[in-house]
Design a binder for this molecule. Structure first.
Ligand SMILES: *[C@@H]1O[C@H](CO)[C@@H](O)[C@H](O)[C@H]1NC(C)=O
Length: 362
């Protein structure tokens, strides 16, 4: 029953994507790609037979019969997978023959959990590539050194794999890159100091790696960056105060690193919505710079070496959703005001001598 439904859906998908048949050399490249992979449960490659690869599941061609998209997602956004009631699983590796598909603009092989081996280095010769999404597999080895050759790339998502080595220096030359996700790999080395050259980038997600070095000052020149995640690495040194002046930065996760120095006042007075600085080595007082523009969905300063009082200006913040100042060396009376009304004692636990609601009276 499930198989039948799957086949009907596959046929339907194939029909709407059909334009004309693809070239023999592209078909051969797709066959080699398929042969290096195994997808035992859903049978998505069952449609990859016959000469007309335009009708193959997840494959799209242009009007000249060249393959432009490979879009294979193993996660259940796909209605076929939802109906089949299971997530995709695929093993094998990415055949370098895929590099013969030199008109490819989209290559998605995402969330199949078991695809292993290296990212073929020849992939960087696919000069039309705009989207490269290989999230959620077991890919190992390095990100190709010359990834910067992919000058048309807008989305690079290699998160949740087992990639090692450094973030290639050439990455900063991908001028149109908008979305970079390298989360949850085993990347080492530093963030390139000229990372700020990526002027179109809106999301830079580099968390859960083993990155070292400092936060490059150049990041603060990224005018479109809205979401920066460097959490759970080994990044050290201070937070550049210029980061607090970034106009669109709304989410900043620097938690679980080795960051030291003081919290730049600009960071707290900016329009940031989510700020996590938890589990670092931050020192000094919490800057007393909050105000009517402060609107924090989450402000987590826990597990640092912060001292002094909780700033009185925090009481005038427009909104504080989740607040965590626990496990520091704060001391004094907790300010009174609407942002504090809903907070629990755990937000202030394990400090030196805080008092007042929701802790003991002073
Ligand atoms: C902040 O980061 C810490 C440590 O990485 C994590 O445990 C905590 O849940 C995060 N806080 C919020 C509000 O997400």
């Amino acid at each position: 029953m499930i198989r039948t439904m799957l086949l009907i859906s596959l046929t339907f998908t194939a029909l709407i994507s059909a334009v004309s048949s693809c070239t023999p050399s592209d078909r051969a490249a797709l066959m080699a790609f398929k042969d290096a992979l195994s997808e035992p449960y859903l049978g998505i490659f069952q449609s990859w037979t016959g000469t007309d690869c335009v009708q193959w599941y997840g494959v799209s061609c242009d009007e000249t019969g060249r393959v432009v998209d490979i879009n294979l997602r193993g996660e259940s956004e796909d209605p076929i997978l939802t109906k089949a009631g299971r997530c995709g699983y695929m093993t094998g590796s990415i055949s370098p023959e895929i590099c013969n598909l030199d008109r490819l603009t989209t290559f998605v092989l995402a969330d199949w959990k078991g695809v292993s081996g290296e990212i073929p280095s020849c992939l960087t010769s696919l000069s039309s590539l705009r989207v490269l999404d290989l999230i959620g597999n077991q890919l190992s080895g390095k990100i190709p050194d010359d990834i910067g050759r992919l000058q048309r790339l807008t989305v690079l998502n290699l998160a949740d794999n087992a990639l090692t080595g450094e973030i290639p220096a050439s990455i900063v030359s991908i001028g149109g890159l908008k979305h970079l996700d390298l989360t949850n790999n085993q990347l080492t080395g530093g963030i390139p100091s000229n990372f700020g050259k990526l002027g179109m980038l809106s999301r830079a997600l580099l968390g859960r790696n083993q990155l070292t070095g400092t936060i490059p000052e150049s990041i603060s020149s990224m005018k479109r960056l809205a979401d920066l995640d460097l959490s759970m690495n080994r990044i050290s040194g201070p937070i550049p105060s210029s980061i607090g002046k970034m106009r669109v930065l709304a989410t900043l996760n620097l938690d679980s690193n080795l960051i030291s120095g003081q919290i730049p006042p600009t960071l707290l007075s900016s329009g940031m919505g989510i700020l996590n600085l938890s589990r670092n080595g931050l020192e000094g007082n919490i800057p007393d710079v909050f105000g009517g523009d402060s609107y924090f969905m989450a402000l987590d300063l826990s597990y640092n070496n912060l001292k002094g009082p909780i700033p009185g200006s925090l009481a005038s913040a427009k909104f504080i959703g989740h607040l965590d100042m626990s496990h520091n060396h704060l001391c004094g009376a907790i300010p009174v005001g609407s942002p504090f009304d809903h907070l629990e004692a755990s937000s202030f636990a394990n400090n030196d001598c805080l008092c007042g609601n929701p802790l003991r009276t002073c």
